[in-house]
Ligand binder design. Structure first.
Ligand SMILES: CC(C)(COP(=O)(O)OP(=O)(O)OC[C@H]1O[C@@H](n2cnc3c(N)ncnc32)[C@H](O)[C@@H]1OP(=O)(O)O)[C@@H](O)C(=O)NCCC(=O)NCCS
Length: 169
């Protein structure tokens, strides 16, 4: 899949099903080498559908979800940036996933560039993201894009250790 044939655009409400399936696949396939079996097996596609239906139906001007799609419309990657009510960070990047068979071909980098453009347009000054601490591939990817390790949370989320990264766009 040459990345030249891909387009990155803002997600629309109708994309919720494709995004839910893609992230569910990424969590069950790409996360399998480093996440616990119980965590992987407890992922329910219906929950992903509900979450993304809700996220994409809101009219939130300081949040954006981006998708990378093939010429036939098939979505192969996604990322979301949303403002945060926090003293330390003004926004969060999450939901960064590339279809498992398409990783390593620059799709994540295209999405990251678009996400950073959005952060700059929104004048966000300090953005955070959380990544499962044992997800070495994603950590390398974020570090290559300028993110810096901010904090390590050994008890993390649902008992899974999390690394927090920050970026000043
Ligand atoms: C992390 C991710 C979004 C990066 O997107 P990508 O399109 O694979 O990345 P790119 O091709 O633009 O950049 C390649 C770099 O990403 C990193 N990387 C992370 N996971 C990788 C993978 N499975 N295959 C190849 N590169 C990967 C490497 O640092 C690589 O650079 P290197 O080859 O010089 O080491 C993507 O690999 C992915 O979806 N992984 C599974 C889901 C995930 O971990 N998401 C992050 C949740 S916090």
């Amino acid at each position: 899949m040459p990345k030249e044939s891909l387009t990155v655009r803002t997600a629309i409400a109708d994309d919720y099903e494709s995004i839910a399936k893609l992230i569910h696949q990424s969590h069950t396939i790409s996360f399998a080498p480093f996440a616990s079996r119980e965590w992987v097996e407890s992922r329910l596609l219906s929950k992903y559908r509900d979450r993304w239906k809700e996220l994409l139906s809101g009219n939130h001007s300081t949040a954006a979800t981006f998708v990378a799609h093939q010429p036939d419309g098939t979505i192969v990657g996604t990322v979301r940036v949303a403002s945060l009510e926090s003293n330390e960070f003004d926004a969060q990047l999450n939901g960064m996933h590339v279809e498992p068979s398409a990783t390593g071909h620059g799709i994540g980098s295209m999405l990251m560039e678009r996400a950073i453009e959005f952060m700059k347009a929104q004048a966000f000054t300090n953005v955070e993201l959380g990544v499962i601490a044992s997800n070495d591939g994603a950590r390398r990817f974020y570090e290559k894009h300028g993110w810096q390790l901010h904090n390590e949370l050994p008890d993390g989320i649902e008992g899974v250790p999390i690394a927090i990264y920050s970026l000043k766009p």
